[in-house]
Design a protein around this ligand. Structure first.
Ligand code: ADP
Length: 454
């Protein structure tokens, strides 16, 4: 069975933890928000119901006061004004159902009307009556009541005065809160059922989002791990060679001056290779640091004339080109100097790496050309060769660290597989780009674009 890498499990654990925290926090926020919304609905409904009942009770109270005479006496005028009112201890005629707009709502069973005398005795009530509620004169002007079935009611009482301004009795209007409570119960049910569903959806999206967020971190973690392993491997090779040279020399019983010279020469070569590799790694890590952080730039910005720089590279590599029978030349396609701002040593290194590769990967009698152009405020340097070329699946990887197509060949030529990654890091540090177009057996074209003013 394939074992999972510890780093993979570590990232999976971190993803779980992040997703759980994220899901929990959002769920709590949503829960609090849901409770808030529920409370706001209750409050808004309560105010509306209270206002409504006060308006009904107030209108009845104001209208009655204009026709009241003897305190506590239900006169004909009152009965005419409220035809659906039943005096207590009388047979209330249900056929006497004359429609009256003031009692429209009462008729529908939404409101219940009770009239009390000054001693608090009930003297009349609306035909619609509440079953299971103790009917009495309530002391408070407004209060919530509950019947035996648990249905809630809101009551409002007002004192009634006759035309002379004397106290007459009390009017008490009650409204059932059943419809209001039913509505609130369904809102609560929707919220309660919706919350677990929302939590599941949040959890799912948290898992997906944390996965997306962690993916680049995981990838760069893997790259660093791979890079460390590759670097250790590359450093081990010259170190092993140095150790072998020393050990074999120590085994010699006698030493001639020539042996010593040969051993030292060999050690020198290995050490030079080692220090070149360490220098390359150091440069890459510095360029990386600069690209990925806001650290102070390690690049010194100076004016660089690319026309001269190309000549310098050609001059330095002319001997290598001749020794490998390569025709090395430049083609400056502008008739003025192209200057960029940058680090001359690094730009030189970029070009040097490209041209060395072009020479090394081109068979004898081939051609390597460095072309300089200018387009849209960009200096364009092309390194073109008629060499072995690179097939397209490989060309996607050649800028990766320690990547070599033909490992045996490039090691033999001293290549560490860092040349192109260094070139790319330098181009990026100068706000430029580098790309390759290549065809197997026909040759390669490396194109570097560097901004002239940035
Ligand atoms: P190396 O030190 O091996 O040359 P580089 O990073 O410079 O490492 O190049 C990576 C790989 O890209 C090389 O191993 C080689 O296979 C391929 N390569 C680079 N330049 C050329 C070129 N001009 N023609 C063909 N292959 C090339």
């Amino acid at each position: 069975m394939k074992q999972k890498q510890p780093s993979f499990l570590l990232f999976k654990k971190a993803r779980w933890r992040l997703a759980s925290w994220y899901g929990a926090v959002i769920s709590i926020v949503l829960g609090i928000l849901g409770i808030g919304v529920y409370e706001a609905i209750i409050h808004a409904h309560q105010i509306t119901v209270e206002k409504e009942l006060k308006t009904v009770a107030g209108t009845l109270h104001d209208s009655l006061e204009t026709i009241l005479n003897t305190p506590g006496k239900l006169e004909d005028k009152i009965m005419q004004f409220l035809p659906n009112l039943c005096p207590v201890n009388t047979t209330c005629l249900s056929q006497n159902n004359i429609y009256n707009y003031r009692l429209g709502a009462i008729e529908k069973g939404q409101y219940y009307l009770y009239i009390f005398d000054l001693s608090g005795n009930l003297i009349a009530l609306s035909k619609q009556n509440i079953k299971g509620l103790d009917i009495k004169k309530h002391q408070k002007q407004q209060e919530i009541l509950k019947d035996t079935q648990g249905i809630r009611y809101l009551q409002i009482s007002y004192m009634l005065h006759n035309k002379k301004g004397e106290n007459w009795g009390y009017i008490q209007v009650i409204r059932s809160l059943e419809d209001f409570d039913n509505y609130l119960n369904s809102v609560a049910l929707i919220l309660l059922l919706g919350l677990p569903l929302a939590v599941i959806l949040i959890g799912l999206s948290a898992w997906i989002l944390t996965g997306l967020a962690i993916k680049p971190v995981y990838q760069s973690y893997c790259q660093i791990q791979q890079f460390t392993a590759d670097a250790a491997h590359e450093l081990r090779t010259p170190l092993a060679a140095i150790l072998a040279t020393i050990e074999s020399t120590l085994m010699l019983s006698t030493w001639t001056e020539e042996d010593a010279k040969e051993t030292l020469q060999s050690l020198k070569r290995q050490t030079e290779r080692l220090s070149a590799l360490v220098a390359d790694l150091l440069m890459l890590s510095r360029l990386d640091w600069q690209l990925t952080s806001n650290a102070v730039s390690t690049i010194k910005y100076e004016k660089i004339c690319l026309n001269y720089l190309i000549n310098d590279v050609i001059e330095e590599l002319a001997f290598l080109a001749i020794s490998l029978q390569i025709f090395l030349q430049s083609e400056i396609r502008v008739n003025h100097r192209i200057e960029i701002l940058g680090d001359p040593e690094k730009i030189y290194r970029l070009l040097f790496n490209l041209v060395v590769n072009a020479i090394q990967y081109t068979p004898p009698k081939g051609e390597v050309k460095i072309i300089l152009e200018e387009k849209n405020k960009l200096a364009i340097i092309k390194v073109k060769d008629t060499g072995i070329g690179i097939n397209s699946p490989e060309s996607k990887h050649i800028f990766e660290r320690f990547y070599r197509i033909d490992k045996g060949r490039s090691r033999k030529d001293g290549g560490s597989g860092l040349g192109l990654s260094i070139a790319q890091a330098i181009a990026q540090a100068h706000h430029g780009t580098i790309e390759v177009k290549s065809e197997v057996e026909k040759g390669s074209l490396f194109i570097v674009q560097l901004p002239i003013n940035f």
